[in-house]
Design a protein around this ligand. Structure first.
Ligand SMILES: [Zn+2]
Length: 388
């Protein structure tokens, strides 16, 4: 059990150095689609610490123009047509062979090609691709399932059983769109039910790219792992990613906000507020002497000698702060974990509301609390059901 870090193209040295200290709480790293071949040292550091190493083939992005993977055999001359793939078993066999081939030798398991699951047909296509990968490569395979948030829970349960019958034992489930700070309790409940359906089918489940929602899923036992980027990728929005990749590239914004058009820049994680913000907003809070120790509040690594640590090294701080939270959860007995998350999220909500009342920057947005409220409400309901 633990947290998985999905590397970006420039993150490998940070991750290598971080993993060299054998931190608790980390269960895997996922190598970047385009930069994986440069990430061997990070992979070696992971393997030395018994941390799994995966590769993200990102095939779900290859059904529309604008996402190019030069040098990778499965990069198509024209975008993949999933209906055509569903009809053509030779094309599926070729795709599986090319994706397996594109993996660096230093992964611990292979990720099958996969496409966005919007209905039963694309669901079945993905199971077929996963099954072929198992035949081609052997049992060290982890499937990624990128699922619309409107996919019914009963269908997700059936899909999970199909994966299990096909021989799959480990899956990453990304629910799209999901994550960020504006999720209602209905959506959180349905996401947890989908993750639980995959777990109930006998699969080890990672709540993919999921931030606080993933951490609560872990605490409640709906998932065994959850993943994030490094200072980013705390949510999934497949449709937005596809529509962004179709736009011509834009220069990065001057304030270094995380969702820059010229490639994402890691935000600053504020453990006290359980929130990742842009570098500009984060630096603002951390320079405010009234609130900075409550907002930042990190004593780990280089942060021990500077209250500005999270702003000085956002990625190093993100790695140690997130991993430490997960390590704290996992070293506690399972029945206590929900309570640990309740404490963390309740404190974060109080702090966000206090900042909104007293310290909101003139041009700064109000810190949202909707997702935190939804998570706290769901935890309360689940605990009641358990003791009932
Ligand atoms: Zn720190």
């Amino acid at each position: 059990m633990g947290i998985e870090f999905r590397l970006g193209g420039q993150d490998h040295k940070k991750v290598e150095d971080f993993l060299a200290g054998h931190p608790g709480g980390v269960s895997a790293i996922v190598l970047d689609t385009k930069a994986a071949k440069h990430q061997q040292a990070a992979a070696e550091a992971a393997r030395e610490g018994d941390v799994a190493v995966y590769f993200d083939p990102a095939t779900e992005r290859l059904t529309a123009p604008g996402f190019d993977l030069p040098g990778l055999a499965y990069n198509p001359p024209v975008p993949y047509d999933v209906d055509q793939l569903a009809r053509d078993h030779r094309a599926r066999a070729t795709l599986v062979a090319e994706v397996v081939e594109a993996h660096p030798a230093f992964v611990t398991a292979v990720t099958p090609p996969h496409f966005f699951v919007r209905d039963e047909r694309t669901a079945n296509l993905n199971v077929d691709l996963a099954e072929r990968t198992l035949h081609e490569h052997g049992p060290a395979v982890r499937a990624t399932v990128v699922l619309t948030s409107r996919f019914p829970v009963a269908s997700a349960a059936e899909l999970a059983r199909e994966y299990y019958r096909a021989g799959m034992r480990v899956v990453e489930v990304r629910i799209s769109p999901l994550g960020g700070e504006d999720e209602g309790v209905r959506k959180v409940r349905s996401a947890f039910a989908v993750l639980q359906a995959f777990s109930d089918a006998g699969l080890t489940v990672t709540a993919g790219l999921s931030g606080n929602i993933g951490q609560v899923a872990l605490a409640l036992g709906h998932a065994g792992h959850y993943s994030v980027g490094i200072g980013m990728r705390e949510r999934v929005d497949h449709a937005a990613a596809i529509s962004r990749q179709k736009q011509p590239p834009k220069p990065p914004p001057a304030d270094g906000s995380p969702e820059g058009g010229g490639g994402p820049i890691a935000g600053i994680y504020l453990p006290g507020a359980a929130l990742t913000v842009s570098r500009k907003i984060g630096a603002g809070y951390l320079s405010n002497t009234d609130i900075r120790t409550r907002v930042g509040g990190c004593r780990l690594g280089a942060c021990g000698s500077s209250v500005n640590g999270p702003a000085n090294d956002p990625r190093g701080h993100y790695l140690h702060a997130r991993a430490a939270e997960v390590d704290k959860l996992l070293t506690a007995p399972a029945p206590w974990r929900a309570g640990i998350e309740v404490d963390r999220l309740t404190r974060a909500r109080e702090l966000r509301l206090m900042i909104n009342r007293k310290y909101r920057a003139e041009d700064g947005p109000e810190l949202p609390v909707r997702t935190i409220n939804s998570l706290l409400e769901d935890i309360a309901t689940e605990r009641e059901q358990k003791t009932a």
